[in-house]
Design a protein. Structure first.
Length: 498
DNA sequence: TTTTGAGTTGTTCGA
DNA sequence: GTCGAACAACTCAAA
């Protein structure tokens, strides 16, 4: 092995700070620990496109990662320390870097996917064996997935008891502030051997640049995350209990892509929300509680992922292995493109494609449509969302798809089949949301915006629409599809199986 | 061990 | 038009 590239004295040996899914300076316990050592800090990020066990991030998530790393690098540089980027397996990159820099310790915040945990464990073991201090921290969750237990000591499978048990564990700790400055490493000016530029990571789409509109809608990075939280608390948390269901309004936090990249942590969200609650209500408020319970659902999803590492690929309830899914490429394609003929479904799918995000109410409607109206395997939908969502999360995405399918823990009963027209009329009453994303039917009166195929011919003509031309006829009939789904789900009920 | 109460998000039908 | 019941039992969590 080569000698260290920097001849550092032992008391000045640097510490490595490995950023992963925690691209922020505030509320970052690994960073706080590194700063507390009063040693030079080497901040690194390793993009691993090599390890076969890791699920590669989707295209949308990669675009986000580029912006997030750029923002992190800038705020680290402001504090006197650059961010060093690498490509490859951390198992290869990090031990080499430790040797080259003479690093005495490495700190990171935990990840919770099975493959990631295994790789981190292996690296930890290897580095400890060679005398390097290794410490990992919780920067991602309010509670560790393994510490929330039922009274009898097992994992929980129903949200309400889970959330109660979690909150009885302890108060949510206060987030630590971002450090004002970072002690630079002696070799700061030089590039570390093997490091690459942000452009070398190759995270941005090439031609076509489909992210053009996303650039105007989102601000990846810690500052963007803080701004999103502030906007939500200022404008939308009051009334959140009902407002959260309205895709035609800006009534949700839109924090999910920021949370996914770790530009903000759940502890920060928790305490900012509580502070706002005290200042504006002076008592417990249903709206604030409801918002925090959504953070609780994120915790629950990680709890489920920890119980079932293959949550994204295997039915949580095994009887769903016998479900008669249909293999219908044409219908799947119509769903992905937003051409099902059901405006609320199409608006959702096009919002996803254009903006990298979809309102949660509409996620349920579109997922239910794929699974129940089209009888297409939830895993195909999960994969599509994984590739197109900026917030694609290994726990949330998988758990939510399984919840809609009915195959998950504490899942929706099978007879709960969303009626796309009713959902549209209920939650997008004036059709503003549909008109934004399905402009070809924008000229229809409110009365018909969610069911153009029922509109009288003169009204369609006046709006300039020939169904099947500018906008498709429904690819399935709701009542027929509903009956078909009920029969399919009945075929795997426990009664039918016995 | 057994029992009991409860479980994010809906739709349709019939009175 | 509104409202309650049915949908179909099942599993989980706690006493």
């Amino acid at each position: 092995m080569s000698e260290p590239s920097w001849d550092t004295k032992a008391e000045d040996a640097p510490v490595l700070l490995w950023f992963r899914e925690d691209l922020r300076l505030a509320d970052n316990p690994a960073l706080a620990e590194a700063v507390s050592r009063n040693r030079p800090i080497i901040a690194i990020y390793v993009l691993d496109d090599e390890t076969a066990d890791f699920r590669p991030p989707g295209a949308a998530a990669r675009w986000w990662l580029h912006g997030s790393l750029k923002a992190l690098a800038a705020s680290l540089a402001e504090r006197g320390s650059p961010l060093h980027l690498f490509r490859g397996s951390a198992l290869a990159v990090i031990p080499r870097l430790v040797r080259q820099t003479g690093a005495a310790a490495i700190f990171w915040n935990r990840r919770y996917g099975a493959a990631e945990r295994a790789a981190d464990g292996k690296l930890k073991q290897e580095l400890k064996a060679s005398g390097v201090e290794v410490q990992s921290f919780n920067g991602h969750l309010l509670f560790e997935p393994w510490e929330v237990e039922s009274k009898t000591g097992g994992p929980l499978k129903v949200f309400t008891p889970f959330w109660r048990a979690a909150r009885e564990l302890r108060e949510v700790p206060m987030p630590v502030a971002a450090p004002a400055s970072l002690r630079p490493f002696a070799g700061e000016d030089k590039q570390l051997p093997g490091s690459v530029t942000l452009e070398d990571l190759d995270l941005l789409p090439k031609s076509p640049n489909w992210a053009k509109e996303m650039e105007t809608l989102w601000q990846p990075g810690e500052a963007g995350a803080a701004a999103a939280l502030k906007r939500f608390l200022d404008d939308a948390v009051e009334g959140y209990g009902d407002g959260r269901n309205r895709p035609d309004k800006r009534s949700t936090s839109r924090l999910s892509p920021h949370l996914r990249a770790g530009e903000i942590g759940p502890r920060q969200i928790w305490h900012a929300t509580r502070l706002h609650e005290q200042a504006h209500c002076g008592h417990s408020s249903r709206d604030h509680e409801k918002f925090l319970s959504e953070v609780g659902w994120r915790e629950f999803s990680y709890h489920l992922l920890f119980q079932s590492p293959d949550l994204a690929t295997a039915n949580f309830q095994k009887r769903f292995d016998a479900f008669p899914w249909r293999d219908d490429g044409e219908a799947f394609r119509a769903w992905t493109r937003g051409k099902t003929g059901y405006p609320i479904v199409d608006a959702g799918m096009r919002e996803l494609w254009r903006t990298g995000w979809m309102h949660n109410r509409v996620r349920m409607v579109t997922a239910s449509f794929l699974i129940k109206h089209l009888l297409i395997d939830w895993r195909r939908g999960e994969e599509w969302f994984w590739d197109t969502l900026l917030d694609a999360d290994p726990a949330n995405n998988a758990a939510s798809w399984q919840w809609v399918a009915g195959s998950g823990a504490d899942a929706a009963p099978y007879f709960r089949i969303f009626a796309p027209v009713l959902q549209g009329e209920k939650f997008d009453p004036k059709g503003d949301y549909v008109r934004t994303y399905v402009p070809e039917i924008a000229g229809l009166p409110d009365q018909w915006i969610h069911k153009p195929w029922q509109a009288p011919h003169p009204i369609l003509a006046r709006a300039g629409i020939t169904l099947g031309k500018e906008y498709p006829l429904p690819i399935v009939d709701h009542d027929a599809a509903r009956q078909r789904a009920l029969a399919a789900f009945k075929s795997i009920s426990t009664e039918a199986a016995s």
